[in-house]
Design a protein around this ligand. Structure first.
Ligand SMILES: [Zn+2]
Length: 414
């Protein structure tokens, strides 16, 4: 079997530690798995029989978008932001009512197309309807599907049954590149016993699940005393909250109490988390996903990245849905962070997009880094042949739009 040799001006591993390899190259087998990585000259000598190709480009692993809601793709640009979570939620629900579900499938297909075009090889997809399953199952993307449940009060059992029915209808013959787990939406939109039940079900399958946590101040306030903007929203909807009493503690502590702060629960956002809370997340070993452009759109606020890194967290990045983010290109999340946190090294931001993203989804042995034994996908960020960038990591993250080519796209079995 002939190996494929890919050489570039630079090669970036994506682990957040290894320095860029100038004149780096890698070899792929027929399953898109990396056989060897290193200095191009040495590899060309050692693997002289390979089919070699040379690119005027910086080579990176494929990207991981660790938090999406593809079923909301029809809402691109339709939910105004800048006024906090509850006004955004109201705008989003109104737009969703106006639009109806008919345009969903088409926009989901377009969303998956955007993921492919931008070099995304894995996603953490949160879904209520499971409508994106069909489109994702046909794409060469590894997808952790988190079937999200929300709603308080009586009818928890009923909601679980409905979820099971949706799963039976949509999940039949789940494609090999998808995995499936039930997931709690948040701690302030579910009764505690239902959160525990969903966690127990995920754990029975030894599966990773997902939770929106410490996203915004209205969440903190509602958990404290049931008041604030979310309390008023719940009242205005006449929602049944009989099974819920405010725990009168912070979101992270409440997550600890419910067993939701753990290695197998992906914490999404933490944009409103404080230093001591981030330290508790880190101590629990919980994986973390940040969606900076979504936080900016909704609340004009970024997640506390510096405190997170100081606490020892290794966050992944996600775009969130198109109802709160202008595109599904996760690289733009790193660019948004780079502009506002200029002291964070480009190597760290690149790891958030690749190796750390894979680790957050429990896929670190399969993808995320250009290292032997993995099938991470390969991207080429092109430059003019005579203009090799001096700092290839900054080149990839920088605003100047480098053309991005997808050189390898693996198909994973999860
Ligand atoms: Zn979300």
């Amino acid at each position: 079997m002939t190996l494929r040799g890919i050489a570039g001006s630079w090669l970036l591993i994506g682990d957040g530690e290894t320095a860029p390899i100038e004149g780096g190259a890698l070899l792929l087998d027929a399953a898109e798995r990396v056989v060897a990585v290193g200095a191009g000259d040495a590899l060309r000598t050692h693997y002289a029989d390979a089919r070699w190709e040379q690119h005027a480009a910086v080579l990176t692993p494929g990207l991981v978008n660790a938090h999406t809601h593809l079923e909301l793709s029809a809402l691109r640009g339709k939910a105004p932001g800048g006024r906090g979570f509850v006004p955004w939620l109201e705008g989003m629900l109104e737009a969703r009512d106006t639009l109806g579900a008919t345009s969903d499938l088409e926009s989901i297909d377009a969303g998956v197309g955007e993921l492919l075009k931008t070099g995304t090889v894995a996603v953490g997809e949160v879904s209520n309807t499971l409508a994106p399953l069909e489109s994702l199952s046909q794409a060469p993307i590894a997808a952790r599907i988190f079937h999200e449940i929300y709603g308080m009060g009586k009818g928890g059992e009923q909601r679980l049954r409905e979820a099971e029915q949706t799963w039976a209808r949509r999940g039949d013959g789940l494609a090999e590149n998808l995995s499936y787990t039930l997931a709690p939406h948040t701690l302030y939109t579910l009764d505690p016993q239902l959160v525990r039940e969903l966690l127990a079900r995920a754990r029975r399958d030894s599966a990773l699940t997902s939770l929106h946590l410490a996203e915004h101040p209205a969440e903190r306030r509602f958990l404290q005393d049931g008041g604030g903007p979310f309390g008023r929203f719940v009242q205005s909807k006449g929602a049944d909250t009989t099974g819920f009493s405010p725990p009168a503690t912070d979101p992270v502590h409440y997550a600890e109490q419910l067993g939701a702060l753990a290695k197998d629960v992906l914490c999404v956002h933490l944009a409103d988390a404080r230093r001591d809370e981030l330290e508790r997340v880190a101590r629990a070993g919980a994986p973390v996903v940040l969606c900076p452009r979504s936080n900016l759109h909704i609340s004009l606020k970024l997640p506390p990245l510096l405190e997170m890194l100081e606490a020892g967290l290794r966050p992944a990045l996600g775009t969130d849905s198109l109802a709160s983010c202008p595109s599904l290109d996760v690289l733009e999340e790193a660019r948004a962070l780079s502009e506002r946190f200029p002291t964070v090294p480009a190597r760290t931001l690149l790891a958030m997009l690749t190796g750390w993203g894979a680790a957050a989804l429990g896929l670190q042995d399969r993808l995320g880094t250009l290292s032997a034994g993995r099938a991470p996908g390969v991207l080429a960020f092109e430059h003019a042949p005579g203009a090799v960038p001096k700092d290839p990591e900054a080149f990839v993250i920088s605003r100047a739009p480098a053309a991005r080519q997808v050189l390898s796209r693996p198909r994973h079995v999860l």
